[in-house]
Each structure stands twice: as C-alpha cells, then as structure tokens.
Write a protein that binds this ligand. Structure first.
Ligand code: SAH
Length: 258
C-alpha cells in the first residue's frame, strides 16, 4: 500500500515559497505527488529555497490549467477550508481525513487533497467538487493557517494513519523474531503451580503464617493476575523462589554468573 496514490493539489498559489514549503512537508511525510493548478509564479527560486532539498517533488510536479484536470482519476476528493461555508457539507477533521484516505487507497482508489489560494481559499464551486471538506480545528478568531503549514498537518495525519495500517504486519514480524517464550502468556495451570510454589516459599521464609494468612495469597493472586505475565517472566519468578528456598534451607545456591 503506497502513499503515491494520494496527490496534493494546490490551487492558484500566489507565493512560490509556499509551493516549496508544501513540497518539503510532503516529502517529510512520504507523499510524492504534487499537482499545481494555474500557479502564479512557478518554477521559481523561492520554491526551491523553501523546499530545502525536496526539489524532486517540485521537479516532478504536474502543472495543469483547471481543478478538473488535477482531479482526473481520483475516486476521493477532499477540499480544505479555513472557515465554514454557507452550504453545510460532510466535514472531516484532519485525523478522520487520515483514516478516510487510507481506507480509500487500501481499496485501490486515488485521493486528492485540495488546498486553496493564500488570500481567498477555494471558491464555493471548487469546494462543491469535493466529497468532503476538511477543517483544521484552529482558533476561530485566527483560523487561517499558512498554506504549507496546512499541507503539513494533513500530510502528518495521512502518515500516522499509514503507519498504523502498516504496523499490524510489523507487530506480527516482531512476534516472530523475538523469543516466543517472552511474549506467550502463561496458562492458568502454570500460574496455579506458581502460586503453590510462592505460598510454600513464603511459609518457609516466615512471611506467611498458615494459621493467620491475612488474605495474603488472594491479594498476591490479584496482583499477579493484573500483570499479564509471559512464560519467560514466569521462569524468572520460579527461579527466584527456588533460590530463595535454597538460601533459607542453607543449601548451596547458584550464582547468576555461574
Ligand atoms: N483567506 C483564506 C485562507 C486561505 S489559507 C480563506 O478564508 O479561506 C490557504 C489554504 O490553506 C486554504 O485554502 C486551505 O487550503 C488551507 N488552510 C488554511 N487554514 C486551514 C484550516 N484551518 N483548515 C483547513 N485548511 C486550511
């Protein structure tokens, strides 16, 4: 599953520096496809300067005349907006946007994240070409982010959703590479053996008086029950009990370095 199926579309950008900043934000988050609709000043050294090394994104940027051309092949179009519009529209926050984008590319779709002009945003007509509107929940008294900053926020959320989706197999891989003993939980019968061993040891060291048990064992069961002990951890605990018994009985005991 690749982030190449998500394109960032910048509509009618006036400052080339913002195009560079957006390219940098994209490359940081693993997005590669930039589409520029009728940019006012591009290519430009200001874009290269702000891209700060993400010039490959600028070099491969597609320049088109209309939003319609920028959206060819997209099955999901999301339009970003700094303020509420008159016609209510299905609205997503950036986190939901990440999830929706990932669902779409998992199904083999193509996604466009559309950003508007620095001074006027997207027109109502442009916003109506989008299935969803995305609003970054900024302070209503100062709601408009810099264009490249808005690209950064959404690119980050897309990346987080992508990492979460890719984490599932990697967790499985981790399970396979680490010792199974270290991850497998102990069974109820193994725990029962342990409690028997613990009780016996506590009696031997004089911590537990069988005549006056003071609910010690149920409390310890409750404590261990909360811990989700692995088989390896259980072996360590049993080893400690065995060595404790040897010590209290005056038997020779093993040093860990032996
Ligand atoms: N004066 C414009 C602000 C445009 S800011 C307006 O009122 O709409 C330039 C672009 O950055 C916006 O078109 C949008 O794509 C993005 N942007 C800025 N702030 C945003 C926010 N709070 N939520 C979503 N997108 C935002």
């Amino acid at each position: 599953m690749s982030l190449q199926s998500i394109r960032v579309v910048l509509v009618n950008t006036s400052h080339a520096g913002n195009i560079g900043g957006a390219a940098r934000a994209m490359k940081n988050m693993g997005l590669t496809r930039l589409v520029l609709v009728d940019p006012e000043d591009f290519p430009s050294p200001n874009a290269v300067a702000r891209a700060s090394g993400a010039t490959d994104i600028l070099d491969s940027a597609e320049i088109v005349a209309t939003l319609e051309e920028a959206l060819v092949g997209c099955s999901l179009v999301l339009g970003t907006s700094a303020r509420d519009r008159r016609i209510p529209w299905p609205l997503l926050d950036p986190r939901e946007t990440g999830t929706v984008c990932l669902e779409q590319i998992e199904r083999g779709g193509e996604v466009a994240l559309v950003f508007g002009r620095e001074y006027a945003g997207l027109t109502n007509e442009e916003l109506q070409r989008c299935q969803y509107h995305v609003h970054i929940p900024s302070d209503p008294d100062f709601s408009s982010l810099n264009l490249a900053a808005a690209v950064q926020v959404l690119a980050y959320e897309v990346r987080m959703a992508w990492l979460a989706a890719n984490d599932k197999p990697s967790k499985q891989e981790k399970l396979e590479t680490t010792s199974m003993l270290d991850t497998q939980p102990v069974t109820a019968d193994e725990l029962e053996h342990y409690y028997g061993h613990l009780e016996q040891t506590l009696v031997e060291i004089g911590f537990l008086d069988p005549q006056k048990p003071r609910h010690l064992m149920p409390r310890l069961r409750r404590l261990y029950g909360r811990s989700g002990i692995s088989k390896l951890e259980m072996n360590i605990l049993r080893g400690i009990l065995t060595e404790t018994q040897k010590a209290v009985r005056g038997e020779p005991h093993k040093r860990r370095s032996d």
